[in-house]
Design a protein around this ligand. Structure first.
Ligand code: AMP
Ligand code: GLY
Length: 410
């Protein structure tokens, strides 16, 4: 069958790598280029819906959130293409934080207290101490300020309403600041059931020890040693399945990947945010840990027929270290020649993100350049393997966090 993959970052390289292991797939079509996509991937131009129909695509897989928010999944489905991604309506769980909070309140899903504001006066009045200020719309993971005191929160409100995040910040949320370890729990959903994946931990802050500005993600491990089976089951029963049930009850069935960013508080799991797609970089370790063909799962999620069983995973753990361009997450240095990438192996793969193939080789072209990912019999073994690869790779200005997985290394 022909599969169309939308998106061209590190997450999509990992999806392509996994999809192409399926004996069911004869051809991969892509909307973007990525130095990691195989040479025989067919690059389409123009409208992806017309291309999918004209080429007889059996399954469309949408990686990033923006095309979901733009309604691409709805257009593909209307044209008769099985699509692994939620509808625009269900995608509001990510594209509007206010929608997500109100949905959780309607369905009794645990989350911090919140209020939503479009006026400076009402937002400032809601602040009385430490809290979290968020831009309502999509801001590439960067529209969140965890304020230590009222003054920091007030300046975040001012900056957002002054347009620091454009349209996304015209409405702001002021949230209760939650404490505890964070977990990312993702599930495949088919409109009826949520099939949880292994838990992951993202490392969102730019610098070691979780210091510095938030980024799209500097690395991820899967599964974190402190994520108990009981906690994952609570996340399934108290968050993921209730979201799927609530979405179906509201007439907007959720099909695709539901990602719950969870804080494990003293009173149990509470939702920080939802994404309606695989996380980047969480997708990279997840694709390496998955021990079964993903294509039938994506097809059955798209058609409402996921099997009633658990997913199959490799034993051990995976670690992904993201190598970024100098300056990231601020203005970056681009165009640096990348050297020393080892050839992919079953348990060690360098996924390309902000990188472009040019005549002289592959050069950096974005903030997050590579996702250096390895599987090991333990988290420590996976980390050692990933960091050995990182040490062998060079490009001008290359930077990374040296503590991915370390804070909770067993
Ligand atoms: P988000 O994009 O909503 O996941 O927020 C980015 C990061 O900000 C999260 O991974 C948390 O580390 C932090 N954060 C978000 N919401 C809260 C909250 N209510 N309390 C404490 N930290 C939060
Ligand atoms: N790594 C977090 C995200 O993809 O939003």
């Amino acid at each position: 069958m022909k599969v169309l993959l939308v998106g061209g970052g590190g997450r999509e390289h990992a999806l392509a790598w996994r999809i192409l292991q399926s004996p069911l797939v004869s051809e991969l079509m892509v909307t973007h280029t990525n130095p990691g996509f195989p040479d025989d991937a067919v690059k389409i131009s123009g409208d992806p819906v017309a291309a999918a129909v004209n080429h007889g695509v059996t399954l469309a897989v949408i990686g990033p959130e923006a095309p979901i928010a733009d309604g691409l999944s709805d257009r593909l489905r209307s044209a008769g293409v099985a699509t692994f991604a939620p509808s625009q309506a269900a995608g509001q769980l990510e594209s509007s934080k206010e929608f997500a909070k109100a949905f959780m309140d309607r369905h009794g899903i645990p989350t911090g207290r919140w209020s939503s504001h479009t006026s400076r006066e009402s937002a400032l009045a809601a602040i009385s101490g430490p809290c979290v200020v968020k831009a309502d719309g999509l801001a590439a993971g960067k529209g969140v300020v965890v304020a230590n005191n009222a003054e920091e929160a007030r300046s975040a409100v001012e900056a957002m309403l002054d347009g620091a995040f454009g349209e996304a910040g015209h409405r702001v949320l002021v949230e209760e600041r939650l404490e505890g370890p964070e977990l990312s729990v993702l599930a495949l959903c088919d409109g009826h059931r949520a099939m949880p994946m292994l838990p992951c931990r993202d490392h969102k802050r730019r610098f070691e020890g979780d210091q510095g500005p938030n980024t799209g993600g500097m690395g991820a491990i899967c599964p974190p040693a402190d994520a108990s089976a009981e906690m994952v089951e609570r996340a399934r029963a108290e968050v993921l399945q209730p979201v799927v049930d609530g979405m179906r009850a509201e007439g907007t069935p959720f099909r695709g990947v539901l990602y719950a960013g969870i804080m494990v508080t003293e009173s149990g799991p509470k939702v920080l945010e939802f994404n309606v797609r695989f996380g980047d970089p969480e997708c990279q370790p997840l694709m390496m840990m998955l021990d079964e063909d993903i294509v039938p799962l994506m097809l059955s999620a798209a058609s409402g027929s996921l099997p009633d069983r658990n997913l199959t995973w490799k034993s051990g753990s995976a670690c992904c270290v993201v190598m970024v361009s100098g300056g990231y997450p601020g203005p970056i240095q681009k165009g640096a020649l990348i050297r020393g990438i080892p050839s992919p192996k079953e348990d060690a793969v360098v996924f390309y993100a902000g990188a472009t193939r040019e005549e002289g080789g592959v050069v950096s072209s974005g903030g997050r350049v590579l996702g250096v990912t390895a599987v090991g019999s333990s988290l420590g073994a996976a980390m050692d393997c990933a960091y050995t690869m990182v040490e062998s790779i060079t490009f001008d200005g290359a930077a990374w966090r040296s503590d991915i997985g370390k804070s909770r290394r067993p």
